[in-house]
Design a binder for this molecule. Structure first.
Ligand code: UDP
Length: 480
């Protein structure tokens, strides 16, 4: 491997995407490559309190996302972010790729960028790099099963199987004919799985079609990287492969990278682990709905009454922007049973919590990072999903992997939460399946395992792109 290969890693600027691509960056650094990690100015400012990068081969840069600083950048405004990234963000990105990939001048004392790994959600980032002559690889932070569902979106619409909360089986996603229902397909944030106001007009949210097209666009990149492992998602990977130039299944990346780096956009509570130390083995429910989910006070009340009925202690991640009336709501939760019974934090050290012996199950929105983090620690899940890939992931958790319980679209939710939490905390079958999966994932990321071998192959692939690129761009004057 040539040490001068230099990868520009460009995540979609949201927490779940940043975390996962940072783990990829760590794996590339561990393999000896140079990495530039590209944030938005807004996020880099929020991360300013984090420790500086620990490798001299890692550089953090940023570009504007084009939104005013006080813009909420929340799930309700994802279209604004997408539009401004496509306009302002892409112009700044083009200028940066041009300057940093120049073969004649090293940029900032780092060798020239030889390859881009861009979040596949930003199709423009693939095209811009290739136009400039820098080979681009797409990275998707979602599961292979949900990627395949997005890839099949136009076909699903043709078949009259658009996302909708019904039990009608779906035949339009290859390999999932036996168990996928319309209610398990990705839904747009504007029509979350908690919405009761859906109608079956067949009209599909343009955001879903756009995600489908973005997924297909990854076929134009030199390869697709997915944060999953062959042992979890062999069938979906096999169905994706014919649509892509190459596919690398390298996950779970948080476990594959030798060095743990985090980039939390919120300050992590540092008392959770000591609090858990004071509890019995597998006696605590960890509740987190990720970095984007917003819920109403009514939904919170449903969750709470279900959880309270189980009698289990819990840690609850309540981001400041997650529920209207934040402080009053927090007091309401805290009032449930005192400090020993409940702990409410704005942001938690999630992976440390999941690996703590006191945690018995994870009540989650089934975002892919959270799903992988729970899977790696062998923690049973209860999935209350909201939008996007979460709906597909939760079906796999419940029906394919059998490592948890899916309660999407359930009407009597308080009761459903109580029943599902008890099941996840107490079922020997679910726990055994979760632990089997964790054991297998440990083998996958260990030396010689499938994901670790795929990372090696990826590093060699990036090296080959670089060598090929040198041959293309070396002029007689350069070589003299
Ligand atoms: N996370 C965390 N602390 C929290 C809640 C979440 O560190 O209190 C991390 C979690 O470990 C995961 C990411 O935030 O890596 C959330 O990503 P995911 O794909 O699960 O959901 P999203 O936020 O994208 O909906």
């Amino acid at each position: 491997m040539d040490a001068a290969a230099h990868v520009l890693v460009f995540p979609w600027p949201l927490q779940g995407h940043i975390n996962c691509m940072l783990h990829l960056a760590a794996a590339l650094l561990d393999a000896g490559l140079h990495v530039t990690f590209l944030h938005t100015d807004h996020n880099l400012r929020r991360l300013a309190s984090q420790p500086a990068s620990s490798s001299p081969r890692l550089r953090l840069l940023s570009i504007p996302d084009g939104l005013p600083d006080d813009h909420p950048r929340s799930v309700a405004h994802l279209n604004d972010l997408m539009d401004s990234m496509r306009a302002t963000g892409s112009a700044a990105y083009r200028a940066l790729v041009l300057a940093s990939s120049s073969n004649r001048a090293a940029y900032d004392d780092h060798p020239p960028v030889t390859c881009v790994i861009a979040d596949g959600v930003m199709a423009f980032a693939i095209d811009v790099a290739e136009e400039i002559g820098v080979p681009a690889i797409a990275f998707r932070t979602a599961s292979a099963c949900s990627f395949l569902a997005y890839l099949s979106m136009r076909r699903l619409v043709e078949l009259g199987e658009a996302p909708f909360p019904s039990d009608q089986p779906v035949s339009g996603v290859p390999g999932m004919e036996g168990f996928l229902r319309r209610r398990d397909l990705p839904r747009a944030p504007s029509r979350p799985s908690t919405s009761t106001a859906a109608d079956d007009s067949g009209v599909v949210d343009p955001m879903l079609l756009n995600m489908g097209d973005c997924s297909a666009h990854s076929g134009k990149a030199r390869a697709l990287i997915l944060n999953t492992s062959a042992s979890m998602e062999a069938a979906a990977l096999a169905h994706i492969a014919p649509h892509m130039s190459d596919v690398f299944a390298v996950g779970p990346l948080h476990a594959a990278a030798g060095t743990t780096r985090t980039a939390s956009l919120w300050r992590e509570d540092d008392g959770c682990i000591a609090w858990l130390d004071g509890h019995e083995d597998r006696s605590v429910v960890y509740v987190s709905l990720g970095s984007l989910t917003v819920i109403s006070e009514e939904q919170l009340a449903e969750f709470l009454s279900g959880l309270a009925a189980t009698g289990y202690a819990f840690i609850w991640v309540l981001r400041p922007d997650m529920v209207a009336g934040g402080t009053a709501v927090k007091m309401k939760i805290l009032g449930l049973g005192g400090d020993k019974y409940s702990r409410v934090v704005e942001w938690a050290p999630q992976r440390d919590i999941l690996r703590h012996r006191a945690v018995g199950c994870f009540l989650t929105h089934a975002g892919w990072n959270s799903t992988l983090e729970a899977a790696y620690e062998g923690v049973p899940m209860v999935c209350w999903t909201f939008f996007g890939d979460q709906l597909v992931n939760s079906r796999f958790v419940d029906t394919v992997w059998k490592t948890g319980v899916d309660i999407k679209d359930v009407c009597d939710r308080a009761f459903a939460v109580e029943r599902a939490v008890r099941q996840a905390m107490e079922s020997a079958e679910i726990r055994a399946a979760a632990q089997d999966m964790a054991r297998q994932l440990r083998l996958d990321v260990a030396q010689g395992g499938s994901s670790s071998s795929q990372i090696k192959r990826l590093v060699a692939f990036i090296g080959e792109l670089y060598v090929r690129d040198c041959h293309h761009t070396t002029t007689p004057a350069d070589s003299s």
